[in-house]
Design a protein around this ligand. Structure first.
Ligand SMILES: *Cc1c(COP(=O)(O)O)cnc(C)c1O
Length: 422
């Protein structure tokens, strides 16, 4: 599918006049329409709730959009819990799905009334101690081990992943929790990331629903099943986007095949999607500033891997459009680079693009999830602003760009250096 920017060059120029490049921009209209589609796709399940994974796009203005659709938030740290609280979420609107958890964070999560998702069997004792007992609702995270196949092809290796409990451990955990008076038990698993297939959630549902049915035979009745994240997006133009309606239908079918006959038709279905919710509705806007010809052709831009780490970190593909040159043939082969003193600071390698000149505006697609959020400060490069494009095409700043003062703020305990005073 052709990948189209959600802003034109003229719109970009207007925004740049107020907020210089680089910045991430998010398409509110796209996010809202997608939220509606997700809600609709699972409307067959009365207890359905999407818990948006905060780590994907941890901006309170985005989180508040999620609230408009009745969604909750999935948090994994104290800071994410604080963001959830500041964005108006509380109680069962928050899932605390963390792992290797600092002990005091269980209390922070519990004080907000969040649903705690237990990643490891040994955490049961820690939670009981930290909270002086168990809350009424608890979720446990499952790892089936081995390899995970969807439609006869291996998708990932849960056996190599650090998350979740073995089947034996999780059954034991439910017995203990039930004995200790926990009233509402949940089951959670995240087995494969960024799946671009409509079959992942249905396959995962089968695994989890069958376990729920087995548990029921042993007298353990679950209240909810959390399918977690992993629903992907087409970063590459040749990929076919997931169809959330088909995914919702696929889960419904397995629900009717497995849970209904097991007498579990009240089961609430939760999801914790991040990437699918916002990924396609963000872009990194950056300017070409250094056209360099050595053994290869380089286009240096004013963004770096500090603004978008995925290509440097996993060799991830992000499509690039040169604004205003959408219809020109891609005749040139470029490496598109940032300025870090790290040769992996490249947004694209050997990418065919139209001829680019200094000053051209590059639109790097699909930065709505796991992009700004992974930002860092290597080489003293600063985090960019974030801008929200509203459905009426007006725009607002939803986070300012970092300044040198922010960068030096952790040296404010040494005022004699004169770095943190601005
Ligand atoms: C990262 C994460 C998610 C979201 O994953 P996506 O691939 O962005 O959908 C959901 N749940 C947990 C526990 C996670 O760690």
């Amino acid at each position: 599918m052709e990948k189209k920017p959600f802003i034109t060059k003229d719109e970009a120029l207007k925004i740049i006049a107020r907020y210089p490049t680089p910045f991430h921009i998010y398409d509110e209209d796209g996010i809202r329409k997608n939220c509606e589609a997700v809600k609709e796709a699972f409307s067959w399940n009365e207890g359905f709730r999407e818990y948006f994974a905060v780590k994907a796009l941890p901006n309170p203005f985005i989180l508040k959009i999620m609230k408009d659709y009745g969604f909750g938030l999935d948090c994994a740290s104290e800071a994410e819990l604080a963001l959830a609280k500041a964005s108006g979420f509380s109680g069962k609107e928050i899932m605390f799905s963390s792992n290797d958890t600092p002990y005091h964070e269980f209390k922070v999560a519990n004080d907000l009334g969040s649903i705690i998702n237990v990643d490891d069997f040994t955490q049961l004792d820690i939670i009981e101690r930290e909270l002086s007992g168990f809350p009424e609702t608890i979720c446990c995270r499952f790892n089936p081990g081995g390899t995970y196949e969807v439609s006869n092809s291996i998708m990932d290796n849960p056996g190599d992943s650090k998350y979740g409990m073995t089947q034996e451990q999780i059954i034991k955990a439910y017995r203990i929790l039930k004995d200790k008076g926990v009233k509402h038990l949940g089951l959670h698993a995240f087995l494969v990331s960024n799946t671009v297939t409509n079959d992942y959630y249905p396959a995962l549902s089968k695994t989890l629903f069958e376990l729920a049915a087995r548990l029921k035979e042993e007298g353990i009745v679950l209240s909810f099943i959390n399918l977690s994240g992993g629903v992907g997006i087409p970063y590459r133009p040749e990929q076919t986007p997931n169809d959330i309606r088909k995914i919702g239908e696929g889960v419904r079918k397995v629900f009717e095949e497995v849970l209904v006959p097991a007498g579990l038709s009240d089961m609430k279905i939760f999801t914790e999607m991040g990437r699918f919710m916002t990924g396609p509705y963000g872009a990194l806007i950056t300017r070409a500033i250094n056209k360099k010809h050595i053994y290869k052709e380089y286009i240096g831009v004013d963004a770096t891997a500090c603004n978008l780490m995925r290509p440097a970190m996993y060799g991830a593909y992000h499509h690039i459009t040169v604004l205003g040159k959408e219809d020109l043939p891609c005749t040139e082969k470029y490496d598109v680079t940032g300025s870090l003193c790290e040769n992996n600071d490249k947004f694209a390698i050997d990418r065919m693009l139209p001829p680019i000149e200094d000053g051209d505006i590059l639109y790097i697609h699909d930065t709505g999830a796991h992009s700004y959020a992974m930002g860092y400060n290597y080489n003293g490069r600063l985090r960019s602003a974030e801008i929200l494009l509203h459905p009426d095409r007006s725009f607002s700043l939803i986070r300012r760009a970092e300044t040198l003062k922010d960068y030096f703020s952790t040296l404010d305990c040494f005022p004699e250096l004169g770095l943190s005073s601005g």
